[in-house]
Design a protein around this ligand. Structure first.
Ligand code: MG
Length: 326
């Protein structure tokens, strides 16, 4: 990044190869609880915010919603290196922040205190920090800012919106849950459902059974995660992936399964909920992150302490409410 407005602090953490690594970028508000500080920024302005962060430099921030996910990703790196000390295909975590470097010391100190292995801290003062995602080969971007997430999606990077929430302690194995329609898959069937109702959508799916679905916003990340998953056997894998979809298995499951097969994406477990709430199954799985485009599903998961990430499908309209049922 040659931009004089940005500062990159490269930590040179072990031998990650940017071409082979699975790069995840998180913003500071996704990984740490910065709600109080954000409020200072909004109400009292940038100077008051910087002053507050400098005065609290040695006072570590509390973990945020994406914190456990990042910790779990690092635990997988440890397993990968145990299997093969020369392994280059590791997870690589970048922290992207609109903070200035002077207010960023608290962020770096907090990451150090928790032993987080962050390869780069990027303090960028640009309005649109997502322009750096492609340069860094980022496969997943998590942010607490809707505009950021929409910009990333428009740049073709898998991205989701994180809300500050209470979380229960997830399982020690890295568990990632994907919704199907409008997340892994495109929104084509959602659109048919909105126009023609459930009966119309079932009919459409039957007629299209042999045609794989289009790719959704999280497909690229899911494929990279799937490759990581394949490095381990089923029994000793530190990664487990799930599909939890509102589709019914009987009428609409086949096309979903065929599409995953066509993509070469092996998902460990798939749940076809037939419209039932996803909460009970999520509380059994205890994932580190649950991706869904339905705000009602996200809220249901948050209520039971599941770290949740909204994949907005309505970016161009500037609306957070995705108006989706699948
Ligand atoms: Mg969906």
């Amino acid at each position: 990044m040659a931009d004089p407005e940005s500062t990159v602090i490269n930590n040179n953490v072990n031998q990650k190869d940017p071409k082979e690594a699975l790069v995840i970028a998180v913003t500071t508000r996704a990984i740490f609880d910065l709600e109080k500080e954000h409020e200072i920024f909004l109400t009292e302005g940038k100077d008051a915010y910087v002053k507050h962060q400098q005065a609290n430099e040695d006072n570590p921030l509390e973990p945020g919603t994406a914190f456990a996910f990042i910790q779990a990703v690092q635990a997988v790196n440890k397993k990968l290196l145990e299997k093969n000390p020369e392994e280059k295909g590791l997870f690589d975590v970048i922290v992207l922040s609109n903070n200035s470097p002077e207010s960023g010391v608290r962020i770096i100190n907090s990451a150090k205190k928790y032993g987080l292995e962050i390869s780069k801290f990027c303090f960028v003062s640009d309005e649109d920090s997502t322009q750096y995602l492609k340069t860094h080969n980022v496969k997943l971007f998590l942010s607490a800012d809707m505009t950021d997430v929409c910009n990333a999606l428009q740049r073709g990077v898998s991205a989701a919106l994180i809300f500050q929430q209470e979380i229960q302690t997830p399982s020690s194995q890295l568990r990632v849950v994907f919704d199907g329609d409008s997340v892994l898959f495109s929104d084509e069937t959602d659109r048919v459902f909105r126009e023609k109702g459930l009966e119309g959508a079932v009919k459409y799916e039957k007629s299209m059974e042999a045609v794989p679905m289009g790719e959704g916003p999280l497909k690229a990340f899911a494929l990279s995660l799937g490759k990581m998953r394949k490095k381990f056997d089923q029994e000793d894998s530190p990664i487990r992936t799930y599909l939890v979809t509102a589709r019914s298995g009987r009428d609409m499951g086949t096309r979903a399964i065929k599409t995953l097969r066509e993509w070469g994406l092996a998902i460990d477990e798939a749940f076809f909920m037939d419209g039932a709430p996803k909460g009970p199954i999520l509380s059994k799985i205890q994932p580190h992150i649950f991706f869904d485009d339905g705000l009602h599903n996200i809220q249901g998961a948050q209520d039971i302490g599941i770290p949740s990430a909204l994949v907005p499908c309505d970016c161009h309209k500037g609306s957070v409410e995705p108006n989706i049922v699948m």
